[in-house]
Design a protein around this ligand. Structure first.
Ligand code: UGA
Length: 444
């Protein structure tokens, strides 16, 4: 069934095999589109050619294997060789400290597209600051503006494949000279899952993407600020947020307190938006404050750990979770990794464990001891910190852990564990968003 559909359709080139590109590639392959996946990085290319996914994302390995086995996906080392009618540009757009995005990888792909003998529909899926696509047009990077679009992606790591096939919306950004036939092809391609489709200008599409991520970041920053206030007011943030979230104008998502947000998108998008505004003479107070709040919340949590155990220097600390969130091996802007750096810089002995991200985190924080299991990290520890809410930490035999640790102190940065159960087991258990526990069994 899939193969016969594959035979009839022209190939789609997906350039860049990062999260966005690889997930789009296997997602489109799974619904019968023949895919040419282009990757220029040699290591990544050879991994893909061996059928290996270069990062951890639920379901993607299985989907890649199926696509390669069926012949529905081929791996190329250059866009110059594509015969595709549609090119999806999914390359990285890293930002510098001042919030400026480096879009040279997009420009390089566009140069290769320009050199092709045919004129594919070219779609930017990489995240770009508002105004970037217009600038690419203005500066002559696009050979045919009528076939140039941006369709931002809204995948979240850990649920990327699910998000691919059930996006909240499809946003198609087009230039004023867009070819209606090309636009219709994209509406059909991306609208296939029945999500609402909005066709807007290039700048509007970019701003939807920038704005949606930044808004999520604001929501978390505010949640964490309120959680801090709860801690100091004798209130527990749990029932507070539950009741706040019942108001449909606010909603209950992205109200999970943490000690800060991370990842490759939310922190970046706040900076991008702030810089975009400043460049246009707007101060962007709210956006800039959210970045600062996120930094402060991470620092406050680190200081709470320090206070709880009477100073981290010389202490044995088990850090459970290193990825920026569960179900990924990504440590970019991970609050857990930042915390590990802070702790080792103050003389703590940190034993870190993460089901997927341990190796990467170990490279990022060489002074941290990377453990193969949570129990190994916890053995002899003066305190355990839950830094990423992996479900396996909830399932640990905490009674056993109590016997392994040097002192039964747990500080939960993600509100993963049940306070009553932990205290029944004899732990001194603290968590973000709740006042510090009174039955203190402090480290001596
Ligand atoms: C984010 C957006 O959610 C996606 O819609 C978007 O497509 C993606 O960026 C992107 O631009 O590519 P992602 O970075 O994978 O996705 O992660 P999120 O699930 O949004 O989480 C970001 C951070 O916020 C994590 O550190 C997470 O632990 C934290 N978080 C999230 C909280 O602390 N509290 C919450 O309630 C939710």
């Amino acid at each position: 069934m899939t193969e016969s559909r594959t035979e009839r359709r022209p190939p789609i080139a997906v350039v860049g095999a990062g999260y966005v590109g690889l997930v789009s590639a296997v997602g489109l392959a799974s619904i019968g589109h023949p895919i040419e996946l282009v990757e220029t990085d040699r290591d990544r290319l050879s991994q893909l050619r061996n059928g290996e996914v270069p990062f951890s994302e639920p379901g993607v390995q299985e989907a890649l294997t199926a696509a390669l086995d069926s012949g529905g996906l081929t791996v190329l080392e250059s866009t110059a060789r594509t015969t595709a009618g549609i090119v999806l540009v999914c390359v990285g757009t890293p930002i510098d400290d001042r919030g400026h995005a480096d879009v040279s990888a997009i420009e390089a792909v566009l140069a290769e597209v320009t050199a092709l003998a045919h004129r594919p529909i070219t779609v930017i899926r990489s995240t770009t600051p508002v105004g970037t696509c217009q600038r690419l047009l203005r500066d002559g990077h696009v050979v045919d503006p009528s076939r140039f679009f941006t369709v931002p992606e809204f995948l979240a790591q850990g649920s990327a494949l699910r998000d691919f096939s059930a996006p909240h919306r499809v946003v198609i950004g087009r230039s004023t000279s867009a070819d209606p036939a090309a636009e219709a092809v994209l509406v059909e391609l991306f609208g296939v899952f029945g999500s609402p489709v909005r066709v807007v200008s290039l700048e509007e599409a970019e701003l939807v993407k920038n704005g949606a991520n930044a808004f999520l970041a604001l929501k978390i920053s505010f949640t964490n600020e309120l959680a801090g206030l709860a801690e100091r007011s004798g209130a527990d943030i749990g029932p507070v947020l539950e009741a706040i979230g019942l108001d449909p104008r606010i909603g209950s998502t992205y109200l999970r307190p943490s000690f800060g947000f991370g990842g490759s998108c939310l922190p970046k998008e706040l900076k991008t938006i702030a810089t975009s505004g400043l460049e246009r003479g707007l101060p962007m107070h709210v956006t800039a404050a959210a970045t600062e709040a996120n930094r402060a919340q991470q620092r406050l949590f680190a200081e709470r750990v320090d206070t709880t155990i009477g100073g981290v220097a010389g202490r044995s600390i088990a850090l459970l979770g290193l990825a920026f969130k569960p179900d990924t091996d990504d440590i970019r802007f991970s609050p857990a990794v930042e915390l590990a750096r802070w702790l080792v810089a103050r003389g703590a002995r940190v034993s870190g464990y993460d089901p997927k991200a341990a190796v990467r985190a170990g490279r990022a924080v060489p002074k941290m001891t990377v453990c193969d299991t949570a129990l190994e990290a916890l053995e002899g520890a003066d305190v355990a910190i839950i830094a990423t809410e992996w479900p396996e930490f909830k399932l640990l035999d905490w009674q056993l852990v109590r016997g392994l640790m040097a002192a039964p102190v747990v500080i939960d940065g993600r509100r993963l564990l049940d306070p009553a159960a932990m205290r029944d087991l004899g732990f001194d258990y603290d968590r973000v968003g709740s006042p510090p526990s009174e039955a203190a069994v402090r480290v001596s």
